[in-house]
Design a protein around this ligand. Structure first.
Ligand code: UD1
Length: 416
């Protein structure tokens, strides 16, 4: 199993081009099922998750070709409506095919995703929303099964803000009969990007970017031709690396407003941040100051940056309090950071981080995607060598991570 060996202590300096966003690419890849045709998605990150999703589409019958970061998907040939457990269990986002399959074929057989390393991640809002639109869904042998579905417009008010459920219902509603109103929707840039990609191919969606969407169903859509937005979490992770190493990193090809909450927190921790039109430069302080963080749906501080921010707080001066309100069990990095000398006390979904002056390199284990990212940036700042095991988690979500880090001066190598 691949490991990452990092010798810490080098302030990272230079420029890094930010890749397309995985979390924007996956729902748009699912949306290609809505219209039979040849779809072109540009700036798609070459990651394990986008490859797994391409595999799901292939199993449904689509023809896929990757040319660098251009992904071409031909969905004329889609015939199957089954997303099997073997793939869905490795990547929960596979559930996104459910709405599009119901909208186009009126039937689907999609595995329930099951649990996740950081606790239950239910899909009840996806299911009740689709049911409100007229889908009769049965659970059979671990699969969500639907037959003879004719989706029709409905009003659905979410009691929690969910990125996944919002994207799912938007995809179902664009081809449904009549008008769907979705209330208390997620306004993450990934959701807005999906909506914009659909509008560009003929969907009628009002209110994008607001908490209320009105979607008038149309009878058919043209194929999608879209450019995937930059990955705000990758960008914020590099910004956190600058903060931790006292370096200066210029992020290229970003939308600064998409990760403003993280930038603002890093400024509070002592970083100097210069925002350009599509660039952001982040300079880290000699030592970060403690900050308090509460994760919230966008535009709040993202749960996907909680682990990386805890790493920054681990070497900050003072005591930081970090609360995850989205996923209460998402703290597997805490024990690993402790192996590097971090002093973190976990009380439920709140981490109290007593900053230490230096972390020390150790053998640690990556446990999920963002937890791994936090170990990487901690290792970059630590004294000595860190060996991070199970980095396949990182390959799910960070394109060319070692190459990008090396170009910024990091001493990093992939070893077997
Ligand atoms: C969440 C994050 C997203 C991040 C992703 C992976 C939010 C709002 N969403 O998205 O930014 O990229 O994790 O780290 O920060 N929920 C239900 N029932 C459902 C669906 C969700 O109760 O059917 C709950 C979840 O348990 C969670 C909250 O709603 O507490 C947000 O869910 P959702 O945004 O859908 O989660 P992800 O898509 O996993």
């Amino acid at each position: 199993m691949d490991k990452l060996r990092i010798s810490g202590g080098v302030p990272l300096a230079g420029e890094v081009a930010i890749s397309g966003a995985k979390n924007a690419a996956l729902p748009i890849m699912a949306a290609t099922l809505l219209a039979p045709g040849v779809h072109r998605l540009r700036n798609v990150p070459r990651l394990r998750d986008t490859q797994t999703f391409a595999r799901v589409l292939e199993l449904l019958g689509a023809k896929i070709s990757f040319d660098g970061n251009l992904l071409t998907i031909d969905t004329h040939t889609v015939k199957s409506v089954e997303a099997p457990y073997e793939l869905v269990k490795t990547m929960r986002a596979s559930i996104y095919v459910l709405g599009p399959l119901l909208a186009r074929f009126g039937q689907a057989r999609v595995s329930l995703p099951g649990g996740c390393a950081w606790g239950p991640r239910p899909v009840n809002l996806h299911l009740t929303g689709l049911q409100a639109m007229g889908a009769k869904l049965d659970i059979e042998h671990g699969y969500i099964v639907a037959r003879d579905v004719k989706l029709r417009g409905a009003t659905v008010s979410f009691d929690v803000v969910s990125v996944g459920a919002t994207a799912q219902l938007v995809m179902a509603a664009v081809l449904a009969q009549g008008t769907t109103v979705l209330e208390n929707v997620a306004i993450e840039p990934d959701v807005t990007a999906l909506g914009e990609a659909l509008v560009a191919c003929g969907a009628r969606i009002e209110g994008l970017g607001s908490r209320r969407l009105t979607i008038h169903g149309v009878s058919a859509l043209r194929p999608i031709d879209a450019t995937i937005i930059p990955d705000r979490i990758e960008a914020a992770t590099f910004a956190a690396a600058a903060a931790m190493t006292g370096g200066r990193i210029r992020l290229l090809g970003v939308v600064p407003e998409h990760f403003e909450a993280a930038l603002h927190k890093l400024e509070e921790a002592g970083c100097a941040v210069e925002r350009g039109v599509d660039t952001v430069a982040v300079s880290g302080p000699a030592r970060p100051s403690a900050v308090n963080v509460v994760t919230q749906p966008f535009p709040g501080f993202p749960t996907d940056m909680q682990a990386q921010m805890i790493a920054v707080c681990a070497i900050a001066e003072g005591t930081s309090v970090v609360e995850d309100t989205i996923y209460h069990d998402r703290f597997t990095h805490v024990q690993e950071l402790a192996r590097m000398g971090a002093r973190i006390e976990l009380k439920g979904n709140v981490a109290v981080v007593n900053g230490v002056r230096h972390l020390s390199g150790a053998q640690v284990m990556a446990t999920d995607l963002r937890a791994s990212a936090s170990l990487v940036i901690a290792a970059l700042a630590a004294e000595g060598e860190t060996l991070i095991d199970r980095i396949y988690h990182l390959d799910r979500g960070y394109e060319a991570l070692e190459r990008k880090l090396s170009a910024l001066g990091a001493r990093v190598a992939r070893v077997r």
